[in-house]
Design a protein around this ligand. Structure first.
Ligand code: NAD
Length: 265
């Protein structure tokens, strides 16, 4: 089996990264940064997000597992003390794969010549670089509302505990192949009206964000930010691709939610 280990880059994570590499090489596994079967990330959720984007072209063949060297992560749910156990699991036992849905984002330009397809593990956010975002929101081909406000966040189920949660969105179990649209400070008064509640769309229901003013947009995909001029539409839907996590022990989603946000009560 081919593996790679990525690190957040701090001393603790780098030391652990080297230790895991040594252990796995001793077990006879092959280090392969280009085409790994398994990617072990050491750091936090951000480290796993970076690794996901590095290997988006081989999602069908690569599984991910995350170790957190800071606080408990949603994707990075192994602790450094468990590294020996994890290494033996990786080297010796066939692991179970758990798949989580992803968000597909297609940004189309006004001149129709260019479009860009992106995948998000957590979410895509759309904001105006200057002033409010004013945009039609279409769902399944029909105009649903005209949004005016700071922006919109479209999240995956596993991203629902990240930015989406801070916006008052619901937490969705990752077994639900869906996306969630949540608002950022929408303007609501007698003139302007938006739904005001987060919306959950099932697979095959497409959301199209069509800006009504020609402003420069700031689009984030997980941890990275892109600036776009002359955007015709931003299309969001559940992606065909999924992320595959290597599971070596049960750690149910709701338990992770409780441990992250409620703690031991
Ligand atoms: P980062 O690594 O510092 O992440 C920020 C925090 O978000 C960390 O505490 C991380 O553990 C947590 N996080 C990431 N994914 C999560 C998930 N799926 N569920 C629960 N918590 C999660 O910063 P980064 O590398 O730039 O991470 C980008 C992510 O930060 C974005 O995808 C976005 O979800 C999140 N974010 C959150 C807010 C907010 O909550 N107000 C604002 C901006 C960005």
């Amino acid at each position: 089996m081919r593996f790679t280990v990525t690190s957040r880059g701090d001393d603790v994570s780098n030391t652990l990264q080297q230790k895991i590499k040594r252990y796995l090489l001793d077990f006879g596994l092959k280090l392969d940064e280009q085409e790994p079967d398994i990617v072990i990330t050491v750091g936090g959720d951000g480290t796993l997000l970076h690794a996901f984007h590095r290997y988006t072209s081989r999602l069908e063949d690569t599984a991910f597992v995350g170790i957190h060297t800071g606080h408990l992560g949603f994707y990075a749910d192994w602790v450094p003390d468990e590294v020996e156990k994890l290494v033996i699991h990786v080297a010796k036992t066939p692991y179970q794969i758990v798949e989580y849905p992803l968000l597909e984002v297609v940004v189309r330009h006004t001149d129709e010549s260019e479009s860009k397809r992106l995948l998000a593990l957590n979410e895509c956010t759309v904001k105006s670089q200057e002033g409010s975002l004013v945009s039609n929101v279409e769902i399944k081909g029909d105009v649903f509302e005209v949004f005016r406000g700071d922006g919109l966040c479209i999240s995956t189920p596993s991203g629902s505990t990240a930015y989406n949660k801070a916006l008052g969105g619901a937490i969705l179990h990752p077994s639900l192949a869906s996306i969630q649209i949540s608002e950022m400070a929408s303007i609501n008064n007698r003139v302007y009206r938006t739904i005001g509640s987060p919306l959950v769309l099932p697979q095959h229901h497409t959301c199209l964000i069509k800006p009504l003013n020609q402003v420069e947009l700031q689009v984030t995909i997980d941890h990275f930010t892109l600036a776009y001029k002359r955007v015709k539409s931003i299309q969001c839907r559940v992606a065909e691709e999924k992320i595959r996590f290597a599971r070596f022990r049960p750690f149910p989603f709701w338990k992770r939610v409780k441990e992250s946000f409620i703690g031991d009560s």
